[in-house]
Write a protein that binds this ligand. Structure first.
Ligand SMILES: Nc1nc2c(ncn2[C@@H]2O[C@H](COP(=O)(O)OP(=O)(O)OP(=O)(O)O)[C@@H](O)[C@H]2O)c(=O)[nH]1
Ligand SMILES: [Mg+2]
Length: 694
């Protein structure tokens, strides 16, 4: 592929709700532009952008993938993104690399949950938008209804640029409302050949389009009010200006798998969307501390951002990058401004799906890839060392769900840590944490499918087999009462014996105040050098717990008395005595189980509030308040036992159809109600027996 200057490039993320036909549309665009010579199909696993085995098996997009194509003197760098919420992090990365988003909306379903989310992201990132109503050939496809729904949801500036000829099985083409030209299956057809009712609908839609264009600009408004019409030249210029400024969002329609409307869509993308050169420039921070704006100039300071990293056990890692300014050359040196390290840049590629085409350089405004960067991760800036700049970091959504991950064998265990480290590097919505208390490795991600895919990847890419399970709750134990007991350890049969003896008192301390040890030994009832041994024994017993094997917290232990033997007493004997005393004291001092309580904030559409509160109540929640969350949503705050919300991401998704979001943070420990404690204790006993019988 030849090199295009910045003003001939359009960078476009294709985004939208899951299953709306994004991948099929990208494939159809590649085919129409002759970038591929056969039209792949999602259902056959043969598309360019869903090339990963996980995508082929599930028939959904999991990874953002590149699909550059050439169309009438311009290069369109399309990025196919996943629609399922578990993989929205991929869309977040892709949106950073582009000026525009093509939002795909299904012709039967209309605006859906993920449409809203992408719309918000696109608006925050100030991207130009075009909507395409997809799958127009399906039963019940209804362009007018979907277009009206879009305008109601997002405003009147979201307006049809085309009118469909027919719908469902008889969808055969589109009328371009600017030129009033009909496009049939194989090129322009006379407008008169279109049924009269379609012509009439198209004329009415044209009036709305012209009005919306006039609205975007004071001068156009004046002309329109004067003449009651705009000239074609004014309409086109107004359209371009409005789309570039984000004040106008044209709506088009396609049936990608049949190739209807695809060429006209490509025309619109190349004519209406901004080029990197037409944007005001990219904000960056210079090494000296000042803010600058970088125009997309090939001879400017180098500013390249990695927006996606793919771990590959054989090729090493592959970094997807966007050049914002300057020119990145193959086999060169660059400076990683985030890590303050030099980076060797190897062979650069233009990437289409998994197909790599080596190129000598990638210029400002363009997108490409490079393998085996040693120092650079997603979000990092590569720049010139002596004029270093840093681009704003990419914000990824926070993980919503956690699972415990366990290797299936010893061999798996040895490889797991390194493999996880690689996957975390490629996926910024994934976190790994070693839970010290429960001795489990905890994997956090966007949803259950996300974590299942991580498990698949571990196996396929790194040969590591793992099992996922709900994490164990870190219960704790404490006491409510007082006890005074003796712990005495005595072995005196032949040879040198063992003798240790102590008296302790055990008392509760307020929640969260921890453990306290008080030494009240006077007159040498226990020699000073053995007192640390007694405490060591107590602390070890505390780790093991007494009620259900959980760590004991918030207790005060007072060492009050004891006795020793001149020859037989030892560190070991006093440690055992301490441990015996503590276990006995726990039993006598009314032991109880504590559980972690979380502060939870759930944001949902107002009309779903009742369902959410009902569900929270069934989870032993204490509702603390409600407040408006903006945009027709409410936020409910509650304190909920951690044990009840381990699968809340899935519960919330099924109650709200994906409209709800939530945040959880640890608050404090509280006593487990008796009937639930019984269950936890029984469960712990069962597990202990299972371990012992192994
Ligand atoms: N009838 C019809 N079906 C289509 C069309 N485009 C896509 N489909 C089908 O819709 C389903 C989903 O298509 P995809 O292209 O995978 O949708 P997607 O938006 O990429 O899905 P995700 O990436 O998983 O969000 C597949 O079964 C496609 O064959 C179309 O124009 N007409
Ligand atoms: Mg897809």
């Amino acid at each position: 592929m030849k090199r295009y200057p910045a003003d001939k490039i359009r960078n476009i993320a294709v985004a939208g709700h899951g299953g709306t036909g994004k991948t099929s549309l990208v494939e159809a665009m590649l085919f129409a532009a002759k970038a591929v010579d056969r039209l792949g199909r999602v259902d056959d696993g043969t598309t360019t952008t869903d090339f990963d085995p996980e995508e082929i098996r599930r028939k959904i997009t999991v990874n953002a993938a590149l699909a550059p194509l050439e169309w009438k003197e311009t290069k369109l760098n399309c990025i196919d993104t996943p629609g399922y919420p578990d993989f929205i992090g991929e869309a977040a990365g892709a949106l950073r690399a582009v000026e525009s988003v093509l939002i795909v909306v299904d012709a039967t379903a209309g605006v859906e949950v993920q449409t809203d989310k992408i719309w918000k992201l696109a608006t925050t990132e100030r991207l130009s938008q075009i909507v395409v109503v997809s799958r127009m050939d399906r039963e019940n496809a209804a362009f007018p209804r979907v277009a009206e729904g879009l305008a109601q949801r997002f405003g009147r500036q979201v307006v049809p640029l085309q009118w469909p000829i027919g719908a469902a099985g008889s969808f055969t083409g589109v009328i371009d409302l600017v030129m009033m030209i009909a496009h049939g299956p194989s090129g322009p057809i006379p407008l008169d050949s279109v049924p009269p009712d379609v012509q009439a609908a198209a004329r009415a839609a044209r009036d709305r389009l012209v009005e919306a264009i006039a609205d975007t600009d004071d001068k156009l408004t004046e002309t329109y009010l004067d003449k009651g019409e705009l000239e074609t030249g004014e309409i086109i210029a107004g359209l371009q200006g409005g789309v570039r400024a984000g004040t106008l969002v044209p709506v088009l329609c396609t049936a990608a798998t049949r190739g209807v409307g695809v060429a006209v869509l490509l025309d619109a993308l190349s004519q209406l969307l901004p080029s990197p050169a037409s944007r005001p420039g990219t904000p960056a921070r210079s090494a000296k501390g000042g803010e600058t704006t970088l125009p997309a100039a090939a001879d400017g300071v180098l500013a390249v951002q990695v927006f996606k990293t793919m771990a590959d056990p054989y090729v090493g890692k592959l970094s997807y990058l966007r050049v914002f300014s300057g020119t990145l050359k193959s086999d060169s040196q660059a400076w990683n401004a985030n890590r303050g390290k030099a980076e060797r840049v190897g062979q650069l590629f233009v990437l289409r799906g998994k197909h790599q085409e080596p190129v000598p350089e990638i210029g400002a405004g363009d997108i490409g890839a490079v393998a085996k960067l040693a120092e650079t991760g997603t979000g990092d800036t590569l720049t010139d060392k002596d004029r270093a700049v840093t681009l704003a970091p990419i914000e990824f959504p926070k993980p919503a769900i956690s699972m415990a991950i366990e290797p299936k064998s010893k061999a798996d265990e040895d490889k797991l840590g390194a493999a996880l480290a690689r996957l975390v590097e490629e996926d910024h919505t994934l976190r790994v944490r070693r839970g010290s208390e429960m001795k489990q490795t905890i994997l956090s991600g966007m949803g259950e499918s996300h974590l299942e895919i991580v498990a698949d990847r571990l196996k396929r890419k790194f040969g590591v087999e793992v099992a996922l399970s709900i994490p164990r709750v870190p219960y704790r134990e404490t006491v409510r009462g007082h006890a005074r007991v003796q712990g005495r350890y005595k072995r005196q049969t032949g040879g040198r014996g063992q003798y240790g003896d102590c008296w302790i008192e055990l008392d509760p301390r307020p929640h969260g105040e921890g453990y306290e040890f008080v030494d009240k030994i006077f007159g040498g009832a226990i020699p000073r050098n053995f007192i640390p041994s007694v405490e060591k024994g107590i602390k070890e017993a505390m780790e093991e717990g007494m009620v259900a094997g959980y760590q004991v917290v918030d207790v005060k232990v007072t060492l009050v008395d004891g006795s020793y033997h001149d020859v037989d007493s030892s560190d070991m004997a006093f440690k055992i005595a301490g441990s015996m005393a503590f276990k006995k004291a726990m039993q006598e001092a009314k032991p109880v189980l504590l559980e972690p309580i979380a502060n939870v904030a759930v944001q949902v559409p107002e009309d779903q509030m009742g369902d959410i509160i009902g569900d929270l109540n069934s989870k032993r929640a204490r509702i603390q308040g409600m407040e408006p969350g903006g945009d027709g949503t409410s936020v409910v705050r509650a304190q909920v036992p951690m044990a009840e919300i381990l699968r809340y991401a899935s519960d919330l998704r099924s109650i709200t159809g994906g409209r709800g979001t939530f945040e959880v943070e640890f608050s404090h420990y509280d006593e487990v109600p008796a009937h639930i404690a019984e269950r936890v204790i029984a469960e712990a006993r069962k597990q202990k027996e299972a371990v012992e019988s192994r």
